[in-house]
Write a protein that binds this ligand. Sequence first.
Ligand SMILES: *[C@@H]1O[C@H](CO)[C@@H](O)[C@H](O)[C@H]1NC(C)=O
Ligand SMILES: *[C@@H]1O[C@H](CO)[C@@H](O)[C@H](O)[C@H]1NC(C)=O
Ligand SMILES: *[C@@H]1O[C@H](CO)[C@@H](O)[C@H](O)[C@H]1NC(C)=O
Length: 258
Amino acid sequence: YWKSPEFLAWLYNESPVKDTVVTNDRWGKGSTCLHGGYLTCQDHYLPNQLPTRKWEDSDTIDKGGSYGYRRTITSADVLTPSEAITRLVQVISKGGNYLLNVGPDANGKIIPLFEDRLRQIGIFVWAHSEAIFATKPWIFQNDTATSPVWYTSQLRNTTGFDPYRIYNPQQQQNTIIYAFVLSWPDDNKVNLTKVIPTSSTVVNLFGANNKFIPMTYTQQNGGIQVDISGLGMPKFPSPYAFVLKIEYAADQNVNPVG
Ligand SMILES: *[C@@H]1O[C@H](CO)[C@@H](O)[C@H](O)[C@H]1NC(C)=O
Ligand SMILES: *[C@@H]1O[C@H](CO)[C@@H](O)[C@H](O)[C@H]1NC(C)=O
Ligand SMILES: *[C@@H]1O[C@H](CO)[C@@H](O)[C@H](O)[C@H]1NC(C)=O
């Protein structure tokens, strides 16, 4: 009835956006989680392992699950900035796109409650955009230490690399690792057990006003332990999570997608 195959054929072969358009997997019976430019599977999709395809977590700010506007919504029904940031970080560590739906009211207005949450999330995203936009998953997506840590990465020099690669390898001179720390450790020490240091490894904290704050670390259990004591607001741009930037860590030959 919708002529999806014909429409998609036109979109990718003849339309003015044929070289740049991207489609999801919701174009017909039996296509979700299987076909499409990227996979959304079901709403609130968050895989446990690093997927081998581009994918998206379609989420909504209403914890009641509505994608539309609900007149009866209360503050407690709305994702907190901390919950949304936690979700965002988990999604990008696995190469996903985070879609956060906000339902406008009947006048097309975004209610102040939603606006306020989006601004809080935005402060975090803006202050850490280097660790979020145009990054790729690292060889490890999370750390096993007790305080939750999620990784993304970037390469200084991408010459010779497939632009559609799923993850960045760990190369001492080339790879920049970003570690998102979602809760404050009681002893002011962050264990990054997956980061193997070299004599030239450098760790910086994303600070307020786009400044990097150099951090000291010790070797611990094969990884590093970063000391964050003596820091506090306003040195951190956002109260919900902080991000460490790690350069010149040792080479590791790990393939997270087998
Ligand atoms: C952390 O990463 C490991 C290895 O990919 C994975 O098995 C595990 O499910 C991840 N943990 C969570 C909470 O996603
Ligand atoms: C970090 O590692 C140290 C030494 O193994 C341990 O005592 C501490 O509990 C760990 N901290 C966290 C937050 O896991
Ligand atoms: C990037 O890597 C390529 C291939 O290894 C090399 O030829 C080139 O000189 C490098 N560019 C920079 C700016 O280091």
